[in-house]
Design a protein around this ligand. Structure first.
Ligand code: HEB
Length: 728
């Protein structure tokens, strides 16, 4: 409803001919590999410079004064966007929730941790209507504290301050979210080309949503408030709510607590027909709107004339106070389907319910009927949700506790381990969803480490086994939500030990041998550390085989988590369905191997050269998950040579597909016709894609070997330490 279709979105005439415009590679060849996602957030777009240390800046903020300023702002109504009921609390909570609510546990992307609501597409999603005003209202505070508080932190803190200023006790707050300075390009939000216009993303065969998506429509945080596809059916809405909240790892109880807790505050805005009165969203608005959008020409355009979602009214009789009214009115009144002044489906108490009223947003003496959306009605009509709603209705303390915990989880879920949390309001208690890891208290000397390496190399394990296992352990890390990695040693535990990509029986053998080393060692070392050290020893040995006597850095200090500290379901989401670095792709996955290789490289925060050098190195070390020879373009497996690069660039070999779906290839010697090498798409892409080929030429050239070894070791060390926030 928020686009102005009469305005042509395309540039005309000479405007089309300026630098950076024109038909580009992506237009000519839409299937081009998306290497751009490996070079986002470059120093060139960050005004803070590489020296800037946000944690240090945040720790220096006067936190008490900052919070008080945010709380004071809640009731300091501004003429240009006056506060409903004189309190911005509802608006600020919605902003915080929409900031956090884009997180999806499937790939860890989205969420509150980057401040991306400042940029398109999020700043212009229909569901984020008028949140541009919320951020503008916060600007004076942001201005006052400058770099000491990021937008990402400030948006969540504002949500907490809103809750507290309306009488709710929150569970805690942690700072530490660092802003991005350009929109992310790696987050797949869906393929639709219109907002809310269809539900193509539902796979009709299993009724589930496509991929990792966490919303039922493009442009939404979760579900359509009016019901699936605008159909006001609370039971169908319940289905959508379960799927989408589940995608964020919220169970039924957390879901009910969040929706009811949130809708205890504020109101919905639908004073009139949006198509008539509401202008384009920020990204589509004219320059003089100064990054804002949804200009509303109905009446005053604010307070009781506001148009946002199109639904109209408050959920409870006192929308600026924490209380038990939401369940009270939802369960005690009967609700009938009506339409808002904007024409949206919503639910109103029946006359027989003799319901209380809410005040008007701009007039404390005015009265307005209460409202429920179809999604709210799901909490009453769905039997599972109803049971929880009733329990919370009868036990306000339980509701309070559940909402406080769920809000804390919602807003902190993508921050990673608790040692990344900053500020005086971090709860001491560690929660299961934070993937706790016990601290270690040993300190191995150089001599200890040297003797451990000797024991590892004498254990009978091959270089391939050592390297593959360390990689398997460390490479679960996701920069998207800072989860996974080698710390915790969870590769020994369910579910990780049983993942196909980890070749369970082979992994089990390797771990048994390493446990033997651990027992034999006179000192103490965690398995988490030992697994990484084993990889390190393997890489050093392989380098030695190739004539390089090097020391691969090893940072001790990883702890071993227990099975009880490992949430099976939540760790299940970390399972790689593809890991091109080990030439693995699950047969269920219907995408080309090179695309998922780049996806994983992005989660590992690798650059294009880092990805390239790692693949080339891992191949000659024989690190494929199943020990296959795909991409092993060398006669000397276990020697850290640049053979992968020199051979993939060598036109002595001619390649052809051996499978009819172009997934496996063989390289023949042109003269003899003899098959020399085999490879997957995750191998051949390095010869085929011109940017990757350009990097391969650096390592494959005659002067490339030394650089290859150095860069491989650097990238290897980076991956082993991705989750070592304690070192940084
Ligand atoms: Fe919400 C508001 C929907 C969840 C919080 N919401 C709202 C609205 C709507 C909704 C439609 C209106 C907007 C306007 O303004 O118009 N939600 C919804 C849905 C869901 C939800 C569908 C899912 C089921 N929420 C939620 C949560 C939370 C919330 C979870 C938190 C926690 N909201 C909220 C608030 C508000 C809202 C606070 C108010 C705002 C103001 O006041 O402004």
């Amino acid at each position: 409803h928020s686009g102005d279709a009469s305005k042509c979105p395309f540039l005309s005439g000479d405007q089309k001919k300026t630098a950076g415009r024109g038909t580009n590679n992506r237009d000519w060849w839409p299937n081009e590999l998306k290497l751009n996602i490996l070079r986002q957030h470059a120093p060139k777009s960050n005004p803070m410079g590489e020296e800037f240390d946000y944690a240090k800046a945040f720790n220096s903020v006067d936190y008490v004064a900052l919070k008080q300023d945010v709380i004071d702002l809640m009731t300091d109504s501004q003429d240009w966007w006056p506060a409903d009921y004189g309190h911005y609390g509802g608006l600020m909570i919605r902003m915080a929730w929409h900031s956090a609510g884009t997180y999806r546990v499937g790939d860890g992307r989205g969420g509150a941790a980057s401040g991306n609501q400042r940029f398109a597409p999020l700043n212009s999603w229909p569901d984020n209507g008028n949140l541009d005003k919320a951020r503008l209202l916060l600007w004076p505070v942001k201005k006052k504290y400058g770099n000491k508080i990021s937008w990402a932190d400030l948006m969540i803190l504002a949500g907490n301050c809103a809750l507290e200023s309306m009488g709710f006790k929150t569970f805690g707050f942690a700072g530490g979210r660092e802003d991005v300075w350009e929109p992310e390009q790696d987050i797949y939000w869906g393929s639709e080309t219109g907002w809310l216009d269809n539900d193509e993303r539902y796979d009709t065969s299993d009724g589930d949503l496509e991929g990792h998506l966490g919303a039922v429509h493009m442009g939404l945080i979760y579900v359509n408030p009016e019901g699936p596809n605008g159909e006001p059916d609370p039971l169908k809405s319940a289905h959508d709510i379960r799927i989408t909240f589940g995608r964020m790892a919220m169970n039924d109880e957390e879901t009910v607590a969040l929706v009811a807790g949130g809708h205890t505050f504020g109101k919905a805005h639908g004073a009139a027909d949006p198509d008539k009165y509401v202008g384009p969203e920020p990204a589509g608005a004219p320059i003089e709107e100064m990054s804002t959008g949804w200009k509303n020409t109905f009446g005053t355009g604010v307070l009781d004339d506001t148009i946002t979602s199109g639904l109209e009214g408050a959920w409870t009789p006192s929308p600026t106070r924490w209380d038990d009214e939401y369940f009270d009115v939802l369960l005690n009144y009967d609700w009938e389907l009506t339409k808002s002044p904007a024409g949206a489906h919503q639910w109103t108490p029946t006359a027989a319910s003799n319901a209380r009223m809410a005040p008007k947003a701009g007039d404390p003496n005015g009265k307005q009927a209460l409202m429920m959306s179809t999604a709210d009605m799901a909490l009453k009509m769905d039997p599972g949700f109803l049971e929880i709603s009733k329990r919370f209705h009868n036990d306000q303390k339980a509701f309070e506790d559940a909402f406080a915990r769920a809000w804390y989880k919602l807003t902190h879920r993508d921050m990673g381990p608790i040692n990344r949390y900053l500020g005086p309001e971090v709860p001491k208690k560690e929660l299961l969803w934070q993937d706790p890891i016990p601290e270690v208290n040993y300190n191995l000397s150089d001599a200890d480490i040297a003797s451990l390496k000797k024991m590892i190399l004498a254990s009978g394990l091959s270089i391939s086994q050592l390297v593959r296992t360390a990689w398997a352990s460390a490479s679960t890390f996701r920069g998207s939500d800072m989860r996974g990695g080698a710390n915790g040693g969870r590769i020994r535990l369910a579910p990780q030990k049983d993942w196909e990509v980890n070749n369970p029986s082979e992994l089990n053998n390797v771990l048994n041998v390493l446990e033997g080393v651990q027992n034999e060692f006179s000192g103490t070392i965690s398995m988490a550390d030992l697994i990484v050290l084993a990889g390190t020893a393997g890489v050093e040995e392989a380098a030695k085989n190739a004539g390089h006597h090097i020391n691969v850095p090893f940072a001790q200090g990883r702890g071993d988590a227990s099975q009880e500290q490992t949430d099976l379901e939540s760790f299940g989401y970390l399972e790689p369905l593809a890991d091109g670095f080990r030439n693995y792709k699950n047969s269920k996955l219907k995408v080309v191997a090179e695309d998922v290789l780049v996806d994983r490289a992005n989660l590992l925060t690798l650059s294009v050269p880092e990805m390239t050098v790692l693949v080339g190195g891992l191949r000659v070390l024989g690190a494929n998950y199943d020990g296959s020879d795909y991409g092993v373009f060398t006669d000397n497996v276990g020697h850290l040579t640049n053979d992968f690069f020199s051979n993939i660039l060598d036109f002595t070999y001619t390649w052809s597909a051996t499978s009819n779906n172009d997934t496996v290839f063989e390289g023949r010697d042109r003269r003899t016709g003899e098959v020399k090498f085999k490879g997957t798409r995750a191998d051949l892409i390095f010869g085929s894609n011109t940017e990757l080929r350009a990097v391969c030429e650096v390592y494959g050239a005659n002067d490339g070997q030394d650089k290859f070894v150095k860069d491989f070791v650097d990238a290897w060390t980076k991956v082993m330490n991705l989750d070592r926030f304690d070192l940084k």
